[in-house]
Design a protein. Structure first.
Length: 83
């Protein structure tokens, strides 16, 4: 499978349960799916910048996280919250 954009990889490969965060288990599963041959632990430590034990979209792809956040704000401003 190919993931041309980081956001696509996030939605399709990494965040398997769609809870807006990637656990260590999800990360390892994704590494296996793409046949990652590097050091998964080192990659994890680089991505989990706040050492929270999960990777967020903001940590994975800052620009996409900001774009989606601004779209959410626009929607709530113009149409109200769905909550």
């Amino acid at each position: 499978a190919s993931y041309p954009q980081a956001l696509n990889a996030w939605r399709v490969l990494l965040d398997a349960d769609s809870d807006n965060q990637v656990s260590w288990v999800e990360f390892l599963t994704a590494c296996r799916k793409v046949k990652f041959m590097g050091n998964a632990g080192a990659a994890w430590r680089q991505l989990d910048r706040d050492v929270s034990g999960t990777i967020t979209l903001r940590e994975w792809d800052f620009d996409s996280a900001n774009l989606l956040g601004s779209f959410k704000t626009w929607c709530e401003t113009n149409f109200g919250s769905v909550e």
